[in-house]
Design a protein around this ligand. Structure first.
Ligand code: BGP
Length: 487
């Protein structure tokens, strides 16, 4: 059993978790630059200065953020560690990093562009040439190693100024700024990049760091989402015009969801909860809001502020492929208290130290479910195991647990493609080189094939070292998955 030679094998990263260099090359401040470190029991915070000059904090936890108080502005506090500032210094080590990925035989690399490197405030008329040159250099390296780029335009952050001036995505002005940014990217990189993702995990982002909005309530949030839908559709249309043959996806956090029991009420509850995610995919893939949107918004007390012409914009910007992250699955019943990805833990599955269940069959299930629903090619753009990796006496991480996780999930992808007939463009593992965790800001939640010598507070040499899984994955790629069936 082997995947076709055209299958794209690679890894995925995000700029504020990977690059660092937060003041280099004329980069402006981004909404993530004010996020502290954290851990499983201590959520990350945004540090703030209140109108009276005193300091405060608001929880910036990805799935459960708090409002930023009226008049407060994010500020940097002396002595506080902010992981995005240095991250793992990819900004200065990109040549070594890309060459390590190429050494595994990867033929695609998913990375995000930092908006505030290109437009430091978002309001400038002309882009920042140094920022553009940084991504020219990344693309040069990829070309040298015959790797296809897959670019995420918006990975959960925006220039700080757009958040302070316009309240981020709650304003239509941000749509214009985003489309100006897209036009610059398409013009500069369009000849070198075919695959684009307009927004990362658009169904999971909320609040200040990810959306630039000071408020997190449903009314603010769903209107911000409407603006992001319009921005994504506008980008797809513009991209198709400027780059014939280009392909656009948006990216969704797609943990699978099962009914906790076969009680009809629980099964129906699963349908309703699942629609909270499909609300995003349906609208962007089909180009119009689904039939259940009105009741979903009504239940949440939301009134959408639409304008004449919005329907036509959505219709003209349908996605070409559906990309998603898949890490785990959850169960749901009428008793479940949910956040966006949540649900209860499935007693039949093992969990990681971060409480994420391990469910490879859920990935095959999801690939089938998505293709049945949309009939568009799929792209698994994030999947991987966050684990504590301790190097042995010789300095090597013997990460058999990661190998097991990836083997089982890749077999699930292969079965979906080869047995179930699902078109899947590729698989980019999160994250091939250790980087800062989005959810907790930790370093010790590691995903990579390549170890980075750095701890939770940014101490370490930043040296890169191959883990055991590096050569294992190299062999998987070299055989287009064939070796997975010999083990
Ligand atoms: C997704 C994000 C990534 C990434 C990943 C793993 O939500 O798109 O940016 O970080 O999840 O999550 P974490 O870093 O919290 O383990």
């Amino acid at each position: 059993m082997q995947l076709p030679a055209t299958f794209l094998w690679g890894g995925a990263t995000a700029d504020f978790q990977f690059e660092g260099g937060y003041q280099d090359g004329g980069r402006g401040l981004s909404t993530h630059d004010f996020e502290t470190d954290g851990n499983v029991s201590q959520p990350r915070r945004n540090t703030l200065r209140l109108a009276d000059g005193s300091c405060a904090e608001a929880r910036s936890h990805f799935f459960n953020p708090e409002n930023i108080p009226e008049g407060a502005v994010p500020c940097l506090v002396d002595g506080q560690y902010y992981p995005s500032h240095k991250a793992v210094d990819h900004y200065h080590r990109y040549k070594e990093d890309i060459s390590l990925l190429a050494g595994m035989g990867m033929n695609v690399y998913r990375f995000s562009i930092c908006w505030s490197r290109i437009f430091p405030t978002g309001d400038e008329e002309t882009p920042n040439e140094d920022g553009l040159k940084f991504y020219d250099a990344i693309l040069d390296e990829l070309e040298k190693h015959h790797m296809e780029p897959l670019i995420t335009i918006h990975h959960d952050e925006l220039p700080l100024h757009l958040a302070l001036q316009y309240d981020g995505w709650s304003s239509r002005t941000t749509i214009d700024r985003y489309l100006k940014y897209c036009a610059v990217l398409f013009d500069r990189y369009g000849k070198r990049c075919k695959y684009w993702i307009t927004f990362n995990e658009i169904n999971a982002v909320r609040g200040f760091a990810a959306c630039g909005t000071h408020r997190c309530d449903d009314q603010t949030h769903y209107n911000a989402v409407h603006n992001m839908f319009l921005a994504s559709a506008g980008a797809v249309k513009l991209g198709h015009e400027m780059m014939p043959g280009s392909m656009f996806g948006a990216m969704y956090a797609m943990s699978e969801l099962y009914p906790a029991t076969c009680k009809p009420e629980d099964v129906f509850c699963r349908l309703q909860k699942r629609r909270e995610t499909y609300y995003f995919v349906d609208t962007m893939a089909r180009g119009y809001y689904p039939s259940y949107a009105a009741s979903l918004l009504d239940r949440r007390g939301v009134t959408l502020h639409t304008q004449p012409g919005d329907d036509a914009i959505l219709a003209a910007g349908q996605l070409d492929f559906i990309s998603f992250s898949y890490y785990r699955s959850n169960i749901v019943s009428t008793k479940t208290k949910m956040n966006v990805l949540g649900g209860d833990q499935n007693p039949y599955l093992e969990v990681t130290p971060w409480g994420w269940t391990i469910d490879p069959l859920g990935l095959r299930f999801l690939l089938n479910e998505l293709y049945d629903r949309y009939q568009k090619p799929l792209f698994v753009v994030e999947n991987g195991l966050g684990a504590v990796d301790d190097p042995d006496e010789s300095g090597v991480v013997q990460d058999d647990y990661r190998i097991n996780y990836l083997r089982d999930h890749l077999r699930a992808v292969m079965e979906a493609v080869l047995t179930d007939g699902i078109p899947c463009l590729g698989y980019t593992m999160w994250a091939p080189i250790d980087l800062v965790s989005l959810g907790t800001g930790e370093m010790k939640k590691r995903y990579g094939f390549i170890y980075v010598d750095m701890d939770d507070k940014g101490n370490g040499t930043l040296e890169r070292r191959k883990k055991k899984s590096y050569d294992w994955m190299k062999n998987v790629i070299a055989t287009n998955g064939g070796v997975l069936w010999e083990e």
